[in-house]
Design a binder for this molecule. Structure first.
Ligand code: SAH
Length: 507
């Protein structure tokens, strides 16, 4: 049996990309991941599919697993020889009880390693534009727990010393005690006009920041309904936020954007949204699967060199066609005399990955543009292969056929309804949790409407921005009663993102 080991890993403050390279490696290698509420759930998607995921979910109100039980889980899994990653918010050794967990492991002779993380006390102010130290303001910095029971007689916080003795004071877990903290600091000599910031859900799309002074922060935080989890920063450095705020200025900051395309394709759009400060929410309304019958595609591939043209209309089309070629061990050199057409730059880029360059990429990325292009060619009697989705529009094969071409339309992949729960989607829309819906094909719209129910469209989509990748998708959306607010000028993911940006700039 292999020896078990436990990695106590800091997951960073919230933004999943703020984990360390080493931390991510530990997630990928783990047999068991034990995580708590403040570590981003998105990080779990990097675990092996067969890894056991255990929620230890500590929140100040509700302890899901008691600390003893967490220790017990770590110990028992490690003794089974498993590689255990204990994922903790921020840094494991900063108000994270990582030290205690390490002591328990030591007692049991279980090997462990510590992977530090970016602690909230530094990262959260940074995302609010507040450097925790700055030469003009401070040369000391204190991290203080804010959840000490105010009624406790002998406090372990030396308020008389930290109040005036530390330039910047950062409180963790302090929201419930904000009045107490303010009172202690001012009673111990910190000036009433010391700047204070309260930052909730820092580094995340829902980051919320309230600034004031010791005199008024309590009231301001109450007005803004600030709650847990939040970092409280006290000190002159807070004033730098005026100049240095950056994260909240991002073009899509605070916008939750629903991505309906298939999971395998969602990441490109998700990444762009994230880089612009928005929060992508993946809810695939379509998934790509094998066609019901590979027969026609296989037959076409068997005589692939007999085709004059190969027309590929989507990235999925390229991938499924090429995968099938490989599966059948058909050498791509057999395409050497076939002219290749791609709709749009993404489809072209996908083909180029195989070292194949297209004869044509129509300017506009719709079937009609391909037809235009073929009008300049003599296609009478020419063999054209069209490997596509089972649900693709008929206009292309029909028109090319009427122009005298011999068109073989074969199903290379099927699109099926995504598995996500209708209730979840409806709840998100009802709670106004989604700001923008993105549709990248007619089938994403159709399945979306099926998911929420056609009768609910106008009610649930009130105030939600509907963004479509192009005119065909927009037309499908309108047919189903949606009001399209944004349509990409260039029918690509980049075009879609640009159109969304333009919309928010104008509105
Ligand atoms: N080990 C963690 C801290 C755990 S204590 C770390 O190093 O960051 C939990 C406290 O951390 C919360 O009560 C809150 O004060 C702070 N915190 C963690 N993540 C936060 C976030 N994204 N935004 C604001 N505060 C956060």
């Amino acid at each position: 049996m292999k020896n078990g080991i436990v990695y106590l890993v800091g997951a960073g403050p919230g933004d999943p990309k703020l984990i360390t390279v080493r931390g991510l490696e530990c997630i990928k290698n783990a047999d068991v991941v034990v995580y708590d509420r403040l570590s981003s759930p998105r990080l779990l998607s990097f675990a092996k599919p067969e890894a056991e995921l255990i929620y230890a979910g500590k929140s100040p109100i509700r302890h899901t697993l008691k600390q003893d039980e967490i220790n017990q889980v770590l110990v028992s899994r490690a003794l089974e020889g498993k590689t255990v990653t204990r994922l903790k918010g921020g840094d494991p050794f900063v108000f994270g009880r990582g030290g205690e967990e390490a002591e328990v492991l030591l007692d049991q002779d279980i090997p462990f390693e510590i992977v530090p993380g970016i602690t909230a006390g530094i990262a959260v102010p940074a995302y609010a534009g507040i450097p925790v130290t700055h030469r003009e303001f401070n040369s000391t910095l204190a991290f203080v727990t804010g959840n000490e029971d105010p009624s406790k007689e002998d406090t372990s916080i030396e308020w008389d010393k930290i109040s005036t003795g530390c330039g910047t004071i950062v409180f963790y877990m302090g929201m419930a005690n904000l009045p107490h903290i303010v009172e202690k600091l001012t009673a111990n000599g910190r000036s009433q006009d010391t700047p204070v910031a309260v930052i909730r859900w820092g580094t995340r799309p829902e980051q919320q920041t309230v600034t004031g002074t010791l005199a008024d922060i309590e009231e301001k935080a109450r007005e803004a309904k600030m709650g847990h989890p939040a970092i409280i920063v006290v000190g002159g450095v807070v004033s730098l936020r005026e100049k240095l705020r950056w994260f909240e200025q991002k073009a899509l900051f605070g916008k939750r954007i629903l991505i309906t395309r298939s999971r395998s394709q969602a990441s490109v759009l998700a990444e762009k949204v994230e880089n612009l400060g928005g929060e992508p929410f993946e809810f695939p309304t379509i998934e790509i699967t094998d066609p019901e019958d590979f027969g026609p595609l296989d037959k076409a591939i068997a005589s692939i060199d007999s085709y004059d043209w190969l027309v590929l209309t989507s990235v999925n089309g390229v991938q499924s066609f090429m995968n099938r070629m490989r599966h059948l061990r058909t050498d791509i050199r057999r395409l050497s005399t076939t002219k290749i057409v791609a709709i749009g730059p993404q489809t072209r880029a996908e083909i180029e990955k195989y070292g194949i360059f297209c004869e044509f990429v129509p300017e506009e990325f719709v079937a009609e543009a391909i037809i235009e292009m073929f009008k300049g060619e003599d296609i009478k009697g020419k063999r054209i292969l069209l490997p596509r989705a089972d649900i693709a529009r008929k206009v292309l094969p029909e028109t090319l056929g009427s122009m005298g071409a011999n068109v073989s339309e074969v199903t290379a992949y099927s699109t099926v309804m995504g598995a996500g729960s209708s209730e979840e989607l409806i709840r998100l829309l009802q709670d106004n949790k989604i700001h923008v819906l993105t549709f990248t094909s007619s089938s994403t719209v159709k399945n979306f409407v099926k998911k929420i129910g056609p009768d609910n469209v106008s009610r649930l989509l009130k105030g939600v921005v509907v963004a479509s990748i192009g005119p065909i998708t927009s037309a499908s959306a309108r047919e189903l009663g949606l009001v399209v607010d944004v349509e990409a000028a260039e029918y690509t993911i980049d075009g879609l993102v640009q159109a969304i940006l333009n919309y928010f700039k104008a509105n």
